[in-house]
Write a protein that binds this ligand. Sequence first.
Ligand code: UD1
Ligand code: CA
Length: 463
Amino acid sequence: MNPIHIVILAAGKGTRMQSVAPKVLHRVSGVALVDRVLQAALTLNPETTTVVIGHEADKVRRHLGDRPGLFTVVQEPQLGTGHALLQAEPILKDRSGTVVLLSGDVPLLTPATLQALVRTHREAAAAATVVTAVVPRPFGYGRVVRVDGEIARIVEERDAAPPEREIREINSGIYAFDLAPLFEALRGIGAANAQAEYYLPDLVGIYRRQGRAVTTWRVTNADEIRGINSRSELAEVSGMVRQAKNEELMAAGVTLIDPATTYVDSGVQVGPDTVIHPCVHLEGSTRIGGACEIHSGTRIVNSTVGDRVTLLNHSVVVESTIAAGSSIGPFAHLRPGSVVGSGARVGNFVELKNTSLGDGAKANHLAYLGDTIVGERSNIGAGTITCNYDGARKHRTVIGTGAFVGSNSTLVAPVTIGDRAYVAAGSAVTQDVPADALAIGRARQEIKADWVTRRAQPARSEK
Ligand code: UD1
Ligand code: CA
Protein backbone atom coordinates (compact mmCIF):
# COMPACT_ATOMS: atom_id res chain seq x y z
CA MET A 1 0.00 0.00 0.00
CA ASN A 2 1.43 3.41 -0.87
CA PRO A 3 2.10 5.56 2.17
CA ILE A 4 0.17 8.61 3.39
CA HIS A 5 1.86 11.95 3.97
CA ILE A 6 -0.04 14.63 5.85
CA VAL A 7 0.53 18.32 5.20
CA ILE A 8 -1.28 20.85 7.40
CA LEU A 9 -1.39 24.49 6.28
CA ALA A 10 -0.99 26.77 9.28
CA ALA A 11 1.13 29.69 8.12
CA GLY A 12 -1.55 32.28 7.48
CA LYS A 13 -1.98 35.31 9.69
CA GLY A 14 -5.66 34.79 10.26
CA THR A 15 -6.29 38.51 9.75
CA ARG A 16 -10.02 38.19 10.43
CA MET A 17 -9.33 36.83 13.95
CA GLN A 18 -7.92 40.25 14.99
CA SER A 19 -5.45 38.43 17.23
CA VAL A 20 -1.78 38.64 18.12
CA ALA A 21 -1.83 34.86 18.57
CA PRO A 22 -1.63 32.63 15.51
CA LYS A 23 -5.08 31.45 14.46
CA VAL A 24 -4.33 27.72 14.72
CA LEU A 25 -3.47 28.07 18.43
CA HIS A 26 -6.93 29.37 19.29
CA ARG A 27 -8.84 26.72 21.20
CA VAL A 28 -12.15 24.99 20.66
CA SER A 29 -13.35 23.36 23.91
CA GLY A 30 -9.85 23.44 25.32
CA VAL A 31 -8.01 21.98 22.32
CA ALA A 32 -6.00 24.15 19.88
CA LEU A 33 -7.28 24.09 16.31
CA VAL A 34 -4.04 22.60 15.00
CA ASP A 35 -4.17 19.81 17.60
CA ARG A 36 -7.69 18.88 16.54
CA VAL A 37 -6.53 18.62 12.94
CA LEU A 38 -3.49 16.58 14.00
CA GLN A 39 -5.62 14.20 16.06
CA ALA A 40 -7.82 13.42 13.06
CA ALA A 41 -4.82 13.20 10.71
CA LEU A 42 -2.92 10.71 12.84
CA THR A 43 -5.74 8.18 12.48
CA LEU A 44 -4.50 7.68 8.89
CA ASN A 45 -1.15 6.37 10.23
CA PRO A 46 0.86 8.73 8.03
CA GLU A 47 4.49 8.09 7.18
CA THR A 48 5.23 11.83 7.58
CA THR A 49 3.29 14.79 8.96
CA THR A 50 4.38 18.28 7.95
CA VAL A 51 2.97 21.49 9.38
CA VAL A 52 3.55 24.59 7.27
CA ILE A 53 4.07 27.50 9.65
CA GLY A 54 4.86 31.16 9.02
CA HIS A 55 3.00 33.84 10.92
CA GLU A 56 4.27 33.64 14.54
CA ALA A 57 6.15 30.49 13.50
CA ASP A 58 8.05 30.21 16.79
CA LYS A 59 4.87 30.13 18.85
CA VAL A 60 3.36 27.40 16.69
CA ARG A 61 6.61 25.38 16.67
CA ARG A 62 6.89 25.65 20.45
CA HIS A 63 3.28 24.56 20.83
CA LEU A 64 3.77 21.53 18.61
CA GLY A 65 6.96 20.48 20.40
CA ASP A 66 8.93 17.41 19.40
CA ARG A 67 6.82 14.55 18.15
CA PRO A 68 8.16 11.60 16.19
CA GLY A 69 7.46 11.84 12.44
CA LEU A 70 6.34 15.48 12.76
CA PHE A 71 8.09 18.13 10.66
CA THR A 72 7.58 21.86 10.42
CA VAL A 73 8.53 23.98 7.41
CA VAL A 74 8.41 27.74 7.35
CA GLN A 75 6.59 29.67 4.64
CA GLU A 76 7.93 33.21 4.53
CA PRO A 77 6.40 35.34 3.12
CA GLN A 78 2.92 33.81 2.94
CA LEU A 79 1.95 33.97 -0.71
CA GLY A 80 -1.09 31.73 -0.67
CA THR A 81 -2.13 28.12 -0.10
CA GLY A 82 -0.43 26.84 -3.30
CA HIS A 83 2.83 28.48 -2.27
CA ALA A 84 2.37 27.06 1.24
CA LEU A 85 2.21 23.45 0.04
CA LEU A 86 5.29 24.02 -2.10
CA GLN A 87 7.28 24.59 1.11
CA ALA A 88 6.81 20.92 2.02
CA GLU A 89 8.86 19.83 -0.98
CA PRO A 90 12.14 19.34 0.96
CA ILE A 91 10.37 16.82 3.23
CA LEU A 92 8.47 15.01 0.46
CA LYS A 93 10.61 15.21 -2.69
CA ASP A 94 12.23 11.77 -2.40
CA ARG A 95 9.08 10.04 -1.26
CA SER A 96 6.06 8.55 -2.97
CA GLY A 97 2.44 7.96 -2.06
CA THR A 98 -0.57 10.13 -1.29
CA VAL A 99 -0.47 13.60 0.23
CA VAL A 100 -3.48 14.43 2.39
CA LEU A 101 -3.65 18.21 2.60
CA LEU A 102 -5.45 19.63 5.62
CA SER A 103 -6.12 23.15 6.76
CA GLY A 104 -5.11 24.13 10.28
CA ASP A 105 -8.34 26.11 10.60
CA VAL A 106 -10.79 23.30 9.75
CA PRO A 107 -11.02 21.49 13.10
CA LEU A 108 -14.12 19.27 12.92
CA LEU A 109 -13.04 16.90 10.17
CA THR A 110 -13.71 13.29 11.23
CA PRO A 111 -11.41 10.30 10.75
CA ALA A 112 -14.24 8.63 8.77
CA THR A 113 -14.18 11.42 6.19
CA LEU A 114 -10.41 11.21 5.91
CA GLN A 115 -10.68 7.44 5.32
CA ALA A 116 -13.33 8.04 2.66
CA LEU A 117 -11.15 10.68 1.00
CA VAL A 118 -8.17 8.33 0.75
CA ARG A 119 -10.34 5.43 -0.46
CA THR A 120 -12.02 7.54 -3.17
CA HIS A 121 -8.67 8.91 -4.27
CA ARG A 122 -7.09 5.46 -4.57
CA GLU A 123 -10.07 3.87 -6.31
CA ALA A 124 -10.14 6.65 -8.91
CA ALA A 125 -6.35 6.57 -9.28
CA ALA A 126 -6.74 10.35 -9.27
CA ALA A 127 -4.07 13.02 -9.35
CA ALA A 128 -6.23 15.06 -6.96
CA THR A 129 -9.36 14.45 -4.90
CA VAL A 130 -11.22 17.38 -3.35
CA VAL A 131 -13.49 17.14 -0.30
CA THR A 132 -16.60 19.20 -1.02
CA ALA A 133 -19.94 19.95 0.59
CA VAL A 134 -23.22 21.46 -0.49
CA VAL A 135 -24.18 24.26 1.89
CA PRO A 136 -27.04 26.76 2.07
CA ARG A 137 -24.74 29.78 2.51
CA PRO A 138 -21.57 29.28 0.47
CA PHE A 139 -20.33 32.85 1.00
CA GLY A 140 -16.57 33.08 1.49
CA TYR A 141 -15.70 29.59 0.25
CA GLY A 142 -14.21 28.53 -3.06
CA ARG A 143 -16.92 27.15 -5.39
CA VAL A 144 -16.73 23.85 -7.24
CA VAL A 145 -17.36 24.46 -10.95
CA ARG A 146 -18.56 21.30 -12.69
CA VAL A 147 -18.75 20.60 -16.42
CA ASP A 148 -20.90 17.61 -17.39
CA GLY A 149 -20.96 16.61 -13.74
CA GLU A 150 -17.16 16.44 -13.47
CA ILE A 151 -15.17 18.92 -11.39
CA ALA A 152 -13.51 21.33 -13.84
CA ARG A 153 -12.00 23.95 -11.53
CA ILE A 154 -12.47 25.84 -8.26
CA VAL A 155 -13.11 29.55 -8.18
CA GLU A 156 -12.63 31.70 -5.08
CA GLU A 157 -15.46 33.92 -3.82
CA ARG A 158 -13.61 37.10 -4.74
CA ASP A 159 -12.80 35.92 -8.24
CA ALA A 160 -16.17 34.33 -9.00
CA ALA A 161 -18.51 35.67 -11.65
CA PRO A 162 -22.08 36.29 -10.42
CA PRO A 163 -23.46 32.97 -11.76
CA GLU A 164 -20.55 31.11 -10.10
CA ARG A 165 -21.43 32.73 -6.77
CA GLU A 166 -24.77 30.93 -7.01
CA ILE A 167 -23.00 27.56 -6.81
CA ARG A 168 -23.62 25.96 -3.44
CA GLU A 169 -21.02 23.20 -3.67
CA ILE A 170 -17.93 24.47 -1.87
CA ASN A 171 -14.26 23.49 -1.59
CA SER A 172 -13.45 22.35 1.96
CA GLY A 173 -9.75 23.07 1.50
CA ILE A 174 -9.10 19.36 2.19
CA TYR A 175 -7.56 17.29 -0.61
CA ALA A 176 -5.67 14.13 -1.49
CA PHE A 177 -2.90 14.42 -4.07
CA ASP A 178 -0.76 11.88 -5.85
CA LEU A 179 2.74 12.90 -4.81
CA ALA A 180 4.43 12.14 -8.18
CA PRO A 181 3.21 15.09 -10.32
CA LEU A 182 2.43 17.41 -7.37
CA PHE A 183 5.37 19.79 -6.93
CA GLU A 184 6.00 20.19 -10.65
CA ALA A 185 2.34 21.18 -11.08
CA LEU A 186 2.38 23.52 -8.06
CA ARG A 187 5.10 25.53 -9.77
CA GLY A 188 2.67 26.11 -12.64
CA ILE A 189 0.17 28.00 -10.46
CA GLY A 190 -0.02 31.74 -11.15
CA ALA A 191 -1.12 34.60 -8.95
CA ALA A 192 -3.32 36.54 -11.38
CA ASN A 193 -6.31 36.81 -9.06
CA ALA A 194 -8.06 39.21 -6.72
CA GLN A 195 -5.64 38.53 -3.83
CA ALA A 196 -2.48 38.16 -5.98
CA GLU A 197 -1.88 34.85 -4.20
CA TYR A 198 -0.89 31.38 -5.40
CA TYR A 199 -4.14 29.48 -4.92
CA LEU A 200 -3.82 25.76 -4.25
CA PRO A 201 -7.34 25.10 -5.65
CA ASP A 202 -6.03 26.28 -9.06
CA LEU A 203 -4.32 22.90 -9.25
CA VAL A 204 -7.70 21.36 -10.10
CA GLY A 205 -8.03 23.39 -13.32
CA ILE A 206 -4.38 22.74 -14.20
CA TYR A 207 -4.73 18.97 -13.78
CA ARG A 208 -7.96 18.90 -15.79
CA ARG A 209 -6.35 20.78 -18.65
CA GLN A 210 -3.49 18.27 -18.54
CA GLY A 211 -6.08 15.50 -18.80
CA ARG A 212 -5.35 14.11 -15.34
CA ALA A 213 -8.05 12.50 -13.23
CA VAL A 214 -9.55 14.78 -10.55
CA THR A 215 -12.39 13.55 -8.40
CA THR A 216 -14.40 14.71 -5.37
CA TRP A 217 -15.68 13.32 -2.08
CA ARG A 218 -18.79 15.10 -0.89
CA VAL A 219 -19.45 15.09 2.86
CA THR A 220 -23.09 14.85 3.95
CA ASN A 221 -22.60 16.80 7.17
CA ALA A 222 -21.22 20.14 6.03
CA ASP A 223 -20.52 21.17 9.64
CA GLU A 224 -17.51 18.86 9.51
CA ILE A 225 -15.62 21.05 7.09
CA ARG A 226 -16.38 24.41 8.63
CA GLY A 227 -13.38 26.68 8.51
CA ILE A 228 -12.69 29.15 11.31
CA ASN A 229 -11.78 32.60 10.08
CA SER A 230 -13.26 34.87 12.76
CA ARG A 231 -14.05 34.95 16.48
CA SER A 232 -17.68 34.57 15.61
CA GLU A 233 -16.99 31.31 13.74
CA LEU A 234 -14.77 30.19 16.62
CA ALA A 235 -17.67 30.67 19.03
CA GLU A 236 -20.11 28.91 16.72
CA VAL A 237 -17.89 25.88 16.23
CA SER A 238 -17.11 25.80 19.96
CA GLY A 239 -20.84 25.73 20.66
CA MET A 240 -21.29 22.77 18.34
CA VAL A 241 -18.41 20.84 19.93
CA ARG A 242 -19.67 21.62 23.42
CA GLN A 243 -23.19 20.49 22.60
CA ALA A 244 -21.89 17.22 21.14
CA LYS A 245 -19.79 16.63 24.28
CA ASN A 246 -22.79 17.28 26.52
CA GLU A 247 -24.91 14.83 24.52
CA GLU A 248 -22.15 12.23 24.86
CA LEU A 249 -22.00 12.75 28.65
CA MET A 250 -25.76 12.46 29.06
CA ALA A 251 -25.82 9.30 26.92
CA ALA A 252 -23.19 7.88 29.29
CA GLY A 253 -25.34 8.55 32.39
CA VAL A 254 -24.29 12.01 33.54
CA THR A 255 -27.08 14.40 34.60
CA LEU A 256 -26.69 17.92 33.27
CA ILE A 257 -29.24 20.18 34.95
CA ASP A 258 -28.82 22.71 32.14
CA PRO A 259 -26.72 21.59 29.14
CA ALA A 260 -26.88 25.11 27.69
CA THR A 261 -24.68 26.41 30.51
CA THR A 262 -22.43 23.37 31.04
CA TYR A 263 -18.90 23.77 29.71
CA VAL A 264 -16.95 20.54 29.44
CA ASP A 265 -13.75 20.42 27.40
CA SER A 266 -13.33 17.62 24.88
CA GLY A 267 -10.64 15.82 26.87
CA VAL A 268 -12.67 15.60 30.11
CA GLN A 269 -14.14 12.33 31.45
CA VAL A 270 -17.12 12.13 33.83
CA GLY A 271 -18.46 8.98 35.52
CA PRO A 272 -22.11 7.90 35.53
CA ASP A 273 -24.67 9.30 37.99
CA THR A 274 -22.67 12.43 38.51
CA VAL A 275 -24.91 15.51 38.60
CA ILE A 276 -23.60 18.74 37.09
CA HIS A 277 -25.43 21.95 37.97
CA PRO A 278 -25.57 25.03 35.70
CA CYS A 279 -22.50 27.18 34.98
CA VAL A 280 -19.91 24.53 35.74
CA HIS A 281 -16.62 24.48 33.80
CA LEU A 282 -14.62 21.25 33.54
CA GLU A 283 -11.41 21.86 31.67
CA GLY A 284 -8.34 20.25 30.15
CA SER A 285 -7.59 16.68 31.19
CA THR A 286 -9.97 16.63 34.17
CA ARG A 287 -11.38 13.24 35.27
CA ILE A 288 -14.49 13.16 37.45
CA GLY A 289 -15.67 9.93 39.09
CA GLY A 290 -19.21 8.59 39.36
CA ALA A 291 -22.02 9.78 41.64
CA CYS A 292 -20.43 13.16 42.29
CA GLU A 293 -22.40 16.36 42.64
CA ILE A 294 -20.87 19.52 41.19
CA HIS A 295 -22.73 22.70 42.09
CA SER A 296 -23.02 25.94 40.15
CA GLY A 297 -20.08 28.20 39.53
CA THR A 298 -17.43 25.54 40.07
CA ARG A 299 -14.39 25.38 37.77
CA ILE A 300 -12.11 22.35 37.67
CA VAL A 301 -8.93 22.38 35.58
CA ASN A 302 -6.60 19.41 34.82
CA SER A 303 -7.65 17.65 38.03
CA THR A 304 -8.75 14.20 39.15
CA VAL A 305 -11.85 13.79 41.31
CA GLY A 306 -12.86 10.39 42.75
CA ASP A 307 -16.35 8.92 43.18
CA ARG A 308 -19.08 10.45 45.39
CA VAL A 309 -17.34 13.79 45.84
CA THR A 310 -19.47 16.86 46.51
CA LEU A 311 -18.19 20.15 45.16
CA LEU A 312 -20.28 22.98 46.55
CA ASN A 313 -20.82 26.28 44.75
CA HIS A 314 -18.09 28.49 43.37
CA SER A 315 -15.10 26.29 44.08
CA VAL A 316 -11.98 26.48 41.91
CA VAL A 317 -9.79 23.38 41.60
CA VAL A 318 -6.61 23.50 39.52
CA GLU A 319 -4.14 20.63 38.93
CA SER A 320 -5.23 18.84 42.07
CA THR A 321 -6.47 15.43 43.16
CA ILE A 322 -9.55 14.80 45.28
CA ALA A 323 -10.23 11.30 46.61
CA ALA A 324 -13.60 9.56 46.92
CA GLY A 325 -16.30 10.74 49.29
CA SER A 326 -14.81 14.10 50.17
CA SER A 327 -16.58 17.44 50.26
CA ILE A 328 -15.20 20.68 48.85
CA GLY A 329 -16.51 24.23 49.17
CA PRO A 330 -18.48 26.38 48.84
CA PHE A 331 -15.88 28.97 47.80
CA ALA A 332 -12.88 26.67 48.19
CA HIS A 333 -9.71 27.23 46.19
CA LEU A 334 -7.46 24.25 45.48
CA ARG A 335 -4.33 25.51 43.77
CA PRO A 336 -1.84 23.31 41.90
CA GLY A 337 -0.43 20.31 43.72
CA SER A 338 -3.21 19.88 46.23
CA VAL A 339 -4.27 16.38 47.25
CA VAL A 340 -7.41 15.78 49.30
CA GLY A 341 -7.82 12.34 50.90
CA SER A 342 -11.00 10.31 50.99
CA GLY A 343 -13.79 11.54 53.21
CA ALA A 344 -11.90 14.77 53.85
CA ARG A 345 -13.57 18.18 54.01
CA VAL A 346 -12.39 21.50 52.65
CA GLY A 347 -14.91 24.14 53.60
CA ASN A 348 -15.74 27.70 52.69
CA PHE A 349 -12.98 30.18 52.02
CA VAL A 350 -10.25 27.60 52.44
CA GLU A 351 -7.26 27.84 50.13
CA LEU A 352 -4.84 24.97 49.59
CA LYS A 353 -1.60 25.26 47.64
CA ASN A 354 0.72 22.30 47.13
CA THR A 355 -0.87 20.77 50.21
CA SER A 356 -2.15 17.32 51.03
CA LEU A 357 -4.97 16.59 53.44
CA GLY A 358 -5.04 13.00 54.74
CA ASP A 359 -8.13 10.79 54.72
CA GLY A 360 -10.86 12.19 56.93
CA ALA A 361 -8.96 15.41 57.66
CA LYS A 362 -10.94 18.65 57.91
CA ALA A 363 -10.28 22.30 57.19
CA ASN A 364 -13.80 23.60 57.33
CA HIS A 365 -13.55 27.38 57.39
CA LEU A 366 -11.34 30.29 56.39
CA ALA A 367 -7.84 28.82 56.21
CA TYR A 368 -4.71 29.05 54.10
CA LEU A 369 -2.61 25.91 53.94
CA GLY A 370 0.44 26.18 51.67
CA ASP A 371 3.26 23.62 51.20
CA THR A 372 1.69 21.59 53.98
CA ILE A 373 1.08 17.94 54.77
CA VAL A 374 -1.89 17.28 57.04
CA GLY A 375 -2.19 13.75 58.45
CA GLU A 376 -5.32 11.61 58.55
CA ARG A 377 -8.26 12.81 60.66
CA SER A 378 -6.54 16.00 61.75
CA ASN A 379 -8.69 19.06 62.28
CA ILE A 380 -7.61 22.49 61.13
CA GLY A 381 -9.56 25.22 62.93
CA ALA A 382 -11.13 28.29 61.35
CA GLY A 383 -8.68 31.00 60.46
CA THR A 384 -5.55 28.83 60.52
CA ILE A 385 -2.76 30.25 58.39
CA THR A 386 0.48 28.56 57.41
CA CYS A 387 3.20 31.17 57.01
CA ASN A 388 5.04 29.30 54.28
CA TYR A 389 6.92 32.24 52.74
CA ASP A 390 9.62 34.24 54.50
CA GLY A 391 9.93 36.78 51.73
CA ALA A 392 12.64 34.80 49.97
CA ARG A 393 11.92 31.08 50.25
CA LYS A 394 9.00 28.72 50.76
CA HIS A 395 8.96 26.35 53.75
CA ARG A 396 6.97 23.27 54.63
CA THR A 397 4.52 22.62 57.46
CA VAL A 398 3.98 19.02 58.54
CA ILE A 399 1.00 18.12 60.71
CA GLY A 400 0.69 14.54 61.97
CA THR A 401 -2.37 12.31 62.21
CA GLY A 402 -5.27 13.07 64.54
CA ALA A 403 -3.85 16.49 65.43
CA PHE A 404 -6.00 19.47 66.41
CA VAL A 405 -5.05 23.00 65.38
CA GLY A 406 -7.19 25.52 67.23
CA SER A 407 -8.86 28.45 65.48
CA ASN A 408 -6.88 31.42 64.29
CA SER A 409 -3.50 29.77 64.70
CA THR A 410 -0.47 30.94 62.78
CA LEU A 411 1.94 28.15 61.89
CA VAL A 412 5.30 29.67 61.02
CA ALA A 413 7.07 27.26 58.66
CA PRO A 414 9.24 25.28 58.68
CA VAL A 415 7.38 23.67 61.56
CA THR A 416 6.11 20.23 62.56
CA ILE A 417 3.12 19.36 64.68
CA GLY A 418 3.22 15.79 65.98
CA ASP A 419 0.53 13.12 65.95
CA ARG A 420 -2.43 13.81 68.23
CA ALA A 421 -0.90 17.14 69.36
CA TYR A 422 -3.08 20.15 70.18
CA VAL A 423 -2.44 23.76 69.29
CA ALA A 424 -4.40 26.21 71.44
CA ALA A 425 -6.60 28.66 69.59
CA GLY A 426 -4.91 31.91 68.64
CA SER A 427 -1.39 30.52 68.87
CA ALA A 428 1.58 31.68 66.84
CA VAL A 429 3.52 28.43 66.50
CA THR A 430 7.21 28.92 65.78
CA GLN A 431 8.65 25.73 67.34
CA ASP A 432 7.93 22.09 66.58
CA VAL A 433 5.17 20.57 68.72
CA PRO A 434 5.90 16.98 69.87
CA ALA A 435 3.31 14.22 69.54
CA ASP A 436 0.60 14.20 72.25
CA ALA A 437 1.63 17.70 73.48
CA LEU A 438 -0.35 20.90 73.82
CA ALA A 439 1.22 24.08 72.44
CA ILE A 440 0.02 27.44 73.62
CA GLY A 441 1.64 30.32 71.83
CA ARG A 442 -0.30 33.43 72.76
CA ALA A 443 -0.13 36.34 75.14
CA ARG A 444 -1.65 35.58 78.55
CA GLN A 445 -4.99 37.28 79.14
CA GLU A 446 -5.08 40.00 81.81
CA ILE A 447 -8.18 41.14 83.73
CA LYS A 448 -8.44 44.71 84.99
CA ALA A 449 -11.34 44.64 87.38
CA ASP A 450 -13.77 47.62 87.42
CA TRP A 451 -11.77 49.26 84.62
CA VAL A 452 -14.90 50.54 82.86
CA THR A 453 -16.34 52.12 85.97
CA ARG A 454 -13.11 53.87 86.79
CA ARG A 455 -12.80 55.27 83.28
CA ALA A 456 -16.39 56.54 83.31
CA GLN A 457 -15.71 58.87 86.34
CA PRO A 458 -13.10 61.39 85.14
CA ALA A 459 -11.44 63.66 87.72
CA ARG A 460 -13.62 66.73 88.67
CA SER A 461 -10.90 69.20 87.66
CA GLU A 462 -11.08 68.04 84.01
CA LYS A 463 -14.72 69.07 83.59
C1 UD1 B 1 -9.44 28.34 1.39
C2 UD1 B 1 -9.62 27.94 -0.07
C3 UD1 B 1 -11.11 27.92 -0.42
C4 UD1 B 1 -11.83 26.99 0.53
C5 UD1 B 1 -11.56 27.37 1.99
C6 UD1 B 1 -12.12 26.30 2.91
C7 UD1 B 1 -7.66 28.83 -1.20
C8 UD1 B 1 -7.11 29.89 -2.07
N1 UD1 B 1 -8.94 28.91 -0.91
O1 UD1 B 1 -9.93 29.68 1.52
O2 UD1 B 1 -11.28 27.46 -1.75
O3 UD1 B 1 -13.23 27.06 0.27
O4 UD1 B 1 -10.13 27.45 2.23
O5 UD1 B 1 -11.96 26.64 4.25
O6 UD1 B 1 -6.92 27.93 -0.82
N2 UD1 B 1 -2.33 29.40 4.65
C9 UD1 B 1 -0.96 29.25 4.64
N3 UD1 B 1 -0.20 30.08 3.86
C10 UD1 B 1 -0.75 31.03 3.08
C11 UD1 B 1 -2.17 31.18 3.09
C12 UD1 B 1 -2.92 30.34 3.88
O7 UD1 B 1 -0.42 28.39 5.34
O8 UD1 B 1 0.01 31.73 2.40
C13 UD1 B 1 -3.12 28.51 5.50
C14 UD1 B 1 -3.92 29.28 6.54
O9 UD1 B 1 -3.19 29.44 7.72
C15 UD1 B 1 -5.13 28.39 6.74
C16 UD1 B 1 -5.29 27.69 5.40
O10 UD1 B 1 -4.06 27.83 4.72
O11 UD1 B 1 -4.90 27.42 7.75
C17 UD1 B 1 -6.41 28.29 4.56
O12 UD1 B 1 -6.14 29.66 4.33
P1 UD1 B 1 -7.28 30.76 4.38
O13 UD1 B 1 -6.65 32.07 4.10
O14 UD1 B 1 -8.07 30.61 5.61
O15 UD1 B 1 -8.12 30.33 3.09
P2 UD1 B 1 -9.65 30.62 2.82
O16 UD1 B 1 -9.82 32.03 2.38
O17 UD1 B 1 -10.46 30.15 3.95
CA1 CA C 1 -10.00 29.50 6.02
